[in-house]
Design a binder for this molecule. Structure first.
Ligand code: ATP
Ligand code: MG
Length: 632
């Protein structure tokens, strides 16, 4: 093992040699002629001329050596169902599914929209599309019909695959009526809809001639053997929309070969997995984390993937750790939001099960505040790795790369730029590189490494305009996040560039103020937004969830507590960052993927419409914000 610094440097200065080596981690049907074609900046083409297939790499290539090993373990605490599939069994299911998709006239390059809950059939459908060279567009189950219709019209799928419904917290959410409404709304609807019937909706309406039953089709294709369709490395594997936190979801297009290589390399160097071990990622297949680290990453690397449908605290807050113990999980991946949910529960649950198999817990998706990072690492007694990435990149941008060097972990930071990323922090004023402890926009000097988005689906111009025009005279990819680097090279994400509050000419990141509020020991979670102020331009306003509600039980206690929290901010940052109010709520509005909907809170605080709320986790959170605002 060399030093990580050298490893990273080589990935930038000897880019082609570096990625040529990593490419050996996957199977190629035809070897590539060129590692990188960067003749048309900022469009990068990786492993040009090489032919491969994601499904082959995820399943077929493992059959000889590990056909009898578990590939997919499925656990649902919603239905009580628990099943598992060996690589051989997964191979059979995916072939059946590929045959039924092919029978609908779907061929290479055609789109298939997958709108499914967390069930094994969703994984079969994704892998079956990959097998056929069809492009999947997985839409998170729960998006309302107009959002779904917009995604149908963007991808123009030949086929849609769905289920009668999903389940959450013991309640079923019917998908089929949403699908029917979306198909009616869409301008370019699919001709066929395959429905996996879970028996959640006895009254489900079937549209004859269009709707097909998954189980019935499967019966017709029990012995199907569908040959893999080899794709040139740069042919698209899928389309996936960003989470829409900023209200502008973008259709990320991903290639095939570069993605396979990037995932395989990340499994080895970042996640430190071993073929034959189990990985448990708590996300949803509808998000990028689900694509990369529930489905493709672990399977490509020959690991067992554990798929879970259910809440982290049902039947109790020990469920995830029971899953880890039962399946000897070595690599776990979750989110800061989930860690904060657990923080509100009895910590004894984290000690109840044998977690000796677990090596690391990885968290991503949102800023991980230092107290939560420290809390979960202590409670688990395991290294907890904060890492930072985006739907656009498909795999981490900032992380400790412990498979290369055991660099010390620091709380509150996602450590270093990951190999392959020529990352810079750029001053907004003159696009110059920020020095140590100076804030800058997190930017990546192109070419983007393998696995990253290749373009916006169907819109090269939007790709360039959206991501590469932030700095005049400098072609860089902007992440739209602020970052800062300390003297030792550790990076900190300070929030989104559009989440900046301007108080009397001082630019403050909402994240910085949130960290300061969270420094108060009774605060579990907080959202800070900037609200227009006639005098100061903007003022920070905080909405906080407390750990011990006894401390705000009476109006007097509440007022005293509010002042105490404000004083904490004064001490941490300075009076300039002091929120005009700290409202106490029991719940914050978040997307289903756990991201704070700051733009909606801000809109309400400024008396505007909260905007598109189709991905909101619990709409009652906004009622609490409204109620709090009314007390001003
Ligand atoms: P949209 O781009 O549609 O507005 P989104 O940015 O929330 O939505 P994602 O691609 O799911 O969509 O999220 C990526 C963003 O999440 C990052 O740009 C960053 O703001 C945040 N993020 C992810 N991981 C971390 C992390 N470890 N620390 C801080 N922020 C993170
Ligand atoms: Mg984004």
């Amino acid at each position: 093992m060399g030093t990580y610094k050298e490893f990273h440097k080589r990935s930038i200065t000897q880019r082609e040699a570096f990625w040529n080596e990593q490419a050996a981690l996957v199977d190629w049907h035809k070897p590539f002629a060129k590692v990188l074609d960067y003749s048309r900046p900022p469009f990068a083409r990786w492993f040009v001329g090489g032919e491969t297939n994601l499904c082959h790499n995820a399943i077929d290539r493992h059959l000889a050596e590990r056909g009898g090993q578990q590939a997919l373990v499925y656990i649902s605490t919603e239905t009580g169902q628990q099943t598992s599939y060996t690589f051989r069994e997964l191979h059979a299911e995916v072939n059946r599914c590929a045959a039924m998709i092919r029978a609908q006239g779907v061929a290479k390059g055609d789109r298939v929209l997958i709108y499914m809950p967390m069930i094994p059939e969703a994984v079969f459908a994704m892998l079956a599309c990959a097998r056929l060279g069809a492009i999947h567009s997985v839409v998170f189950g729960g998006f309302a019909s107009h959002s779904l219709a917009a995604r149908i019209d963007d991808a123009r799928p030949k086929l849609m695959m769905t289920a009668d419904g999903g389940m959450r917290g013991g309640k079923s959410i019917l998908y089929k009526p949403l699908v029917d409404a979306a198909v009616r709304l869409a301008q370019y609807p699919p001709h066929k809809v395959i429905i996996f019937n879970r028996g959640l909706d006895p009254a489900m309406a079937i549209i004859s001639g269009r709707d097909l039953d998954y189980a019935a089709l499967r019966e017709q294709h029990m012995d199907a053997q569908v040959p893999v369709t080899w794709l040139e490395s740069n042919e698209p594997s899928y389309i996936l929309y960003t989470s829409g936190t900023t209200g502008q979801p973008k259709g990320v297009q991903r290639d095939t070969g570069g993605y396979a290589v990037a995932l395989a390399a990340s499994m080895k160097h970042i996640y430190c997995g071993q073929p034959g071990e189990a990985m448990f990622t708590t996300s949803d297949i509808g998000w990028v984390v689900g694509h990369s680290y529930i489905v493709y990453g672990p399977l490509i690397y020959g690991m067992t993937t554990v798929m879970y449908e259910g809440l982290p605290i049902r039947p109790d807050a020990g469920i995830w750790w029971k899953i880890v113990a039962d399946n000897k999980v070595t690599v776990m991946f979750s989110s800061p939001t989930a860690a904060r949910v657990l923080k509100k529960q009895d910590p004894a649950y984290l000690k109840k099960y044998d977690l000796s198999s677990l090596r690391h817990l990885f968290l991503a998706g949102e800023p991980l505040d230092e107290p939560t990072h420290r809390w979960i690492a202590d409670a688990l007694g395991k290294p907890v790795i904060d890492h930072y990435w985006q739907t656009e990149t498909g795999w981490p941008i900032l992380s400790a790369v412990l498979g290369v060097e055991q660099t010390p972990l620091k709380f509150g930071t996602p450590s270093f730029p990951v190999y392959g990323y020529d990352l810079q922090l750029l001053r907004e004023s003159d696009a110059g590189e920020a020095g140590a402890n100076e804030k800058g926009v997190v930017a990546i000097v192109p070419p983007l490494p393998p696995g990253c988005m290749t373009t916006v689906w169907g819109d090269d111009e939007r790709f360039v305009q959206t991501y590469f025009t932030g700095f005049r005279d400098k072609l860089v990819y902007s992440t739209f996040d602020w970052g800062i680097r300390d003297a030792e090279g550790y990076h900190f994400i300070l929030g989104r560039t559009d989440d900046v509050i301007n108080v009397a000419g001082h630019r403050l990141g909402t994240r910085e103020i949130e960290e300061a509020v969270q420094a108060h020991s009774n605060i579990a979670e907080v959202a800070v937004v900037g609200v227009a102020d006639a005098l100061k331009g903007q003022m920070p306003l905080a909405f906080a969830v407390v750990k011990d509600s006894a401390m705000i039980a009476t109006p007097q206690l509440k007022a005293a507590h509010e002042k105490e929290v404000m004083d904490t901010v004064d001490r941490q940052i300075g009076a300039i960052a002091r929120p005009s109010r700290v409202h106490f709520v029991t719940l914050l509005p978040k997307t289903r993927s756990g991201k704070l909907l700051r733009r909606s809170i801000q809109a309400l605080a400024e008396g505007r419409d909260p905007g598109d709320l189709t991905t909101i986790e619990d709409p009652s959170a906004l009622d609490q914000i409204r109620a709090a605002l009314a007390t001003r």
